[in-house]
Design a protein around this ligand. Structure first.
Ligand code: 1CP
Length: 352
């Protein structure tokens, strides 16, 4: 059987070079939260869509906001417009995005509550996300890779248990200490459904996957091993058993020194570094692993712009010269970012 067209065109995707052991100068670049509220054209579509979830589940509009930063800046990758909280929503937890308040969920606080989650109910909502991916694979320039993603089970669980964003993720940490087996059951549900969800994104045309573990840094080492490393390893194995060639980037934000352990244990192909990782360590720490390093400019430098942005960007580029590297931020773009500073960053990275 002939291979689908997208495989034939993968050679033209610069984002894949570092995963194939090819070092390029300049390195490929994309930015976490490159679509979003800092762009006036995003705010316009967002208003038209109604609620935030309506936007995520509308393939035409979700594809449109994914493409917006590609048109403006020509990044080497687009990231599917969706959210890590679509998974609990699809499982039936009930997720709302209240204006100015962030996400609100009906909290799940005990093993008995897990019966509210219906893995089979995810089908129709995951299909809408897959449709967005399929549209994007058609509409993206042939040199632009498409990144699919999910939240890691630990990070998604922190929102499911707390019922909202929190400073210290205490509700999930307490449940995990008090009732290991119950909390493990929640993590198991998330591992299984994430393998399914990511697999559907790959089948629909995603070229690379990223697993966002925003709150990995809330856990001490033994807990991090249990709730971050082990579940991520199972997802990587599960996705790769069906799609052995798909590169997967892990982003265990705040894991510090444990990022090394995370890389060697989980089998991820790339590691997203947060802003706390010194760039000289990004360059050296992962050299014994065949791992692509991604990061790690402070997103607030994109708010400030000018000399501080130039200086730090060049420092990161210098230290990562000759390495298998993807330029990115250490966390997502913030809404108050002036769009012209993003344009300037791309210019600097590409040698301007
Ligand atoms: O009002 C709006 O328009 C909503 C703002 C917004 C956007 C643009 C949210 C709500 N989610 C998103 C999109 C999104 N979220 C993307 C795709 C767009 C892109 O990156 O270009 C991705 C990959 C995410 C991932 C995500 N959502 C993470 C992991 C990455 C990270 O930033 O740490 C997390 C933790 C979320 C939860 C979430 N969704 C939205 C908000 C405000 C939050 C954070 C809640 C909190 O803890 O306060």
């Amino acid at each position: 059987m002939a291979k689908p067209f997208r495989h034939a065109s993968k050679q033209s995707l610069r984002l894949l070079d570092p995963f194939n052991g090819v070092v390029t100068s300049p390195p490929p670049i994309w930015l976490m939260r490159q679509a979003g509220r800092y762009l006036p054209e995003y705010r316009e579509v967002r208003t038209k869509a109604g609620g935030f979830l309506d936007l995520c589940y509308n393939p035409a509009l979700a594809a449109e906001v994914t493409l917006q930063p590609i048109r403006r800046y020509g990044f080497d990758a687009a990231i599917l417009f969706a959210d890590i909280l679509l998974v609990p929503d699809a499982l039936g937890q009930g997720v709302r995005f209240a204006e100015g308040e962030g996400p609100l969920l009906d909290p799940i606080t005990s093993a008995a509550d897990l019966s509210r989650l219906q893995p089979s109910a995810t089908r129709s909502k995951y299909a809408l996300v897959a449709e967005t991916v399929a549209r994007l694979r058609q509409d993206l320039p042939k040199e632009t890779a498409l990144i699919g993603f999910c939240g890691a089970p630990w990070t998604v669980a922190t929102y499911m248990v707390e019922g909202r964003g929190s400073k210290d993720q205490a509700a999930a940490r307490l449940w995990a200490y008090r009732d290991r087996d119950g909390f493990q059951s929640l993590i198991d549900i998330l591992v299984e459904t994430s393998i399914d969800y990511l697999g559907q994104q790959v089948k629909a045309g995603a070229d690379v996957l990223q697993i966002f573990d925003t709150w990995a840094g809330a856990l001490p080492d033994d807990e991090l091993d249990r709730w971050v490393v082990e579940p991520t390893k199972r997802i990587v194995e599960g996705v790769k058993s069906a799609h052995p060639d798909i590169p997967i980037i892990g982003f265990p934000r705040g894991a510090g020194g444990a990022a090394l352990w995370y890389v060697s244990e989980t089998g991820v192909d790339g590691i997203g570094c947060d802003t706390a990782m010194p760039p000289y360590m990004m360059g050296e720490a992962f050299e014994d692993e065949p791992t692509v390093v991604q990061g790690n400019l402070d997103p607030l430098l994109l708010v400030v712009g000018g000399e501080p942005l130039e200086e730090r960007t060049r420092e990161i580029l210098d230290l990562m010269e000759g390495k298998r590297f993807i330029f990115n931020l250490g966390h997502g773009i913030v809404p108050q970012t002036p769009p012209e500073n993003v344009a300037r960053l791309v210019e600097i990275v590409r040698g301007g």
